[in-house]
Design a protein around this ligand. Structure first.
Ligand code: ZN
Length: 132
């Protein structure tokens, strides 16, 4: 790259380092991203050769965030469907604050969300999960 497309300054620097990235309020650092950095205006452009990998890592992060994001009302609906109170829900899901998840004050771990979805589809497995 000869000149910065942003400000026209000479020769942006080719460099590789982590790029911070935010999706739905969740932060991550995409490691080892090759890009051109302009010292004059701060403009950063991905090295065209790095775009595919970058997009793939971003897509993976989106999937991870989306898997963990769950509507608090859904958690409440499943707990009610399973006829659990908050303490019982903590016992079944191995959580300390299921109530806080329902209130949208905390984000459950993806494995908790996976178990909630599983029991939503197969409530007959509840007894097995509880070990009774
Ligand atoms: Zn520039």
């Amino acid at each position: 790259m000869d000149n910065c497309p942003g400000c026209g300054a000479m020769a942006p620097v080719h460099d590789t380092h982590g790029v911070s990235y935010t999706y739905k309020g969740q932060h991550t650092t995409i490691p080892g991203v090759a890009a051109y950095h302009c010292a004059s205006c701060g403009d950063v452009r991905l090295d065209p050769a790095a775009v595919h990998r970058y997009d793939e890592l971003v897509a993976r992060f989106h999937r991870k965030v989306d898997a963990a994001l769950v509507d608090p009302a859904y958690l409440r609906a499943v707990r009610k469907k399973l006829r659990l109170d908050h303490d019982e829900a903590d016992e079944v899901f191995g959580t300390d604050h299921f109530e806080r998840y329902e209130a949208g004050k905390a984000q459950p771990h993806p494995s908790t969300v996976a178990l909630v979805k599983l029991l939503d589809r197969h409530p007959e497995l509840l007894a097995e999960v509880r070990g009774v």
